[in-house]
Write a protein that binds this ligand. Structure first.
Ligand code: PAN
Ligand code: ZN
Length: 197
């Protein structure tokens, strides 16, 4: 589908957002609660204990999708709460893009966090800070997960090709090879314990 200035709705040309919510304009928000993250955290006992105490919202995302097709962009605003399950920082599910070559640009707006990146072919990982006044480039063919390593909500924009799509299945089946934990109070990347591979 081709699109141009005249085919984009005015509400998609200019969108307000606030750093206190994850809402882009009036767009619907997807909510992910602790119960939705089953299998994501390494420490299953700590996860069950936390869930027995409550089912808080871990993160919310809303997206603007002005047009689809060759060359078009979509973007999302995410807000990930601070917290930990055991030593592991609160995290997003993480995904590959269904269209594997699709890259993404993350822009940090508020809070302190990081992007866990994992190359599909080699399994190599990188932990890259996600902070205000900074951007993180997520190449294609790279699984990406956001972690909140700070004490306030982490707010960020993700900007991606309209045909990127989300592939959660590969991560649901086989989690990231590394996790981000607090060691001496600092975010540290460690290999996933062998029992959980
Ligand atoms: C982001 C993510 C957002 C939520 O907009 O969708 O951070 O993470 P999950 O989708 O892994 O639950 C993005 O990467 N879009 O492509
Ligand atoms: Zn993505």
């Amino acid at each position: 589908m081709s699109s141009n200035l005249l085919t984009i709705a005015p509400a998609d040309l200019f969108v307000r957002y606030s750093l206190d919510s994850a809402r882009l304009g009036e767009r619907p928000m997807v909510e992910r609660r602790l119960a939705d993250l089953r299998g994501s955290f390494a420490d299953a006992a700590a996860y069950e204990a936390a869930l027995a105490r409550g089912n808080p919202i871990l993160y919310q995302v809303s997206a603007v999708e002005p047009a689809s097709g060759d060359g078009q962009l979509h973007y999302g605003l995410g807000m990930l709460q601070p917290g930990r399950i055991g030593d592991e920082y609160y995290l997003t599910k993480g995904h590959y893009h269904s269209h594997r070559p699709a890259a993404e640009l993350y822009v940090g707006l508020r809070g302190e966090g990081a992007m866990l990146l994992e190359d599909e072919a080699s399994g190599e990982s990188r932990l890259v800070p996600l902070l205000p006044n900074s951007a993180v480039y997520v190449p294609g063919h790279t699984a990406h997960r956001t972690v909140n390593t700070g004490t306030e909500p982490l707010v960020y924009l993700g900007i991606y090709p309209s045909n990127a799509g989300h592939d959660y299945a590969a991560i649901a089946e086989k989690n990231f090879r590394h996790l981000v934990v607090a060691r001496d109070g600092r975010p540290t990347l460690i290999p996933r314990p062998a029992a959980q591979l």
